[in-house]
Write a new protein. Structure first.
Length: 237
């Protein structure tokens, strides 16, 4: 992808994420892998609602600067680099602090039930990585196994991480994740959610191609989806 276009898209996604309330203040960080060993990312200490294309920083996969930069690399860049190293198939990452989804982790409530067809089809499940001190190597350690199998995950008491083939793909997954959390919050307020039954989940997994999803779901996701779904006729939580 041409660097100029990537800078424009990344700045636009930052602005949208801020407007949508997925980040506030100086929080969150976003990146695009331009080439095998070249990553464009948001600098630390800047409001994502005000990021300009020229503010973005180029590094290699070790985090070494590849061009003159006005700002410093994000303290959470290491998490992005860990995910890129683990997943050659992805080219963009969004890390934000969407309040409803993070609220579920703060409440100790997982978002792994198979409830919404779009989420089952596009994300499979949304696991939560164990708590890690933000901006330390603990964060990379906490996500490195999960990113092998999932494109969207929550970081306990912290935020969300989504992986995509483009920065728009990563952004839409972030949007789906937070929208799902909002829907689940409403369901809980109304008395609880009713997961899809195992038959319904398997039918959905079979039609994922209709949604343009080509990355195969791992056996772990499939079994997780099946286990989380109760038998038909017994769907109450
Ligand atoms: Zn964070």
């Amino acid at each position: 992808m041409p660097e100029k276009e990537a800078r424009k898209d990344l700045a636009e996604v930052c602005r949208l994420s801020y407007i949508r309330g997925y980040v506030c203040g100086l929080e969150g960080n976003f990146s695009i892998r331009l080439q095998e060993n070249l990553v464009l990312s948001t600098p630390s200490g800047i409001c994502k609602g005000r990021v300009e294309p020229e503010d973005l920083i180029l590094t290699n996969l070790e985090g070494t600067l590849c061009s003159r930069a006005n700002g410093r690399c994000s303290t959470e860049l290491a998490m992005h680099l860990t995910a890129y190293a683990a997943r050659p198939d992805i080219s963009a990452i969004a890390h934000a602090h969407p309040p409803v989804a993070v609220g579920f982790t703060v409440a100790g409530m997982p978002l792994t039930s198979c409830v919404l067809p779009e989420v089952v089809c596009s994300l499979g499940a949304i696991p939560t990585a164990p708590y890690a001190t933000p901006s330390t190597p603990e964060v990379s350690e906490s996500i490195k196994e999960l990113v092998l199998e999932y494109d969207a995950l929550l970081l306990d008491h912290h935020g969300a991480l989504t992986l995509g083939t483009t920065i728009w793909d990563a952004f839409y997954k972030l949007e789906t994740l937070e929208h799902y959390a909002k829907t689940m919050l409403v369901a809980h307020q109304l008395g609880g959610s009713i997961p899809l039954c195992a038959t319904q989940v398997h039918k959905l997994l079979a039609i994922r191609a209709v949604y343009g999803l080509t990355r195969p779901l791992s056996p772990a996701v499939l079994s997780s989806a099946a286990e989380k779904a109760p038998k038909e006729g017994a769907n109450s939580e």
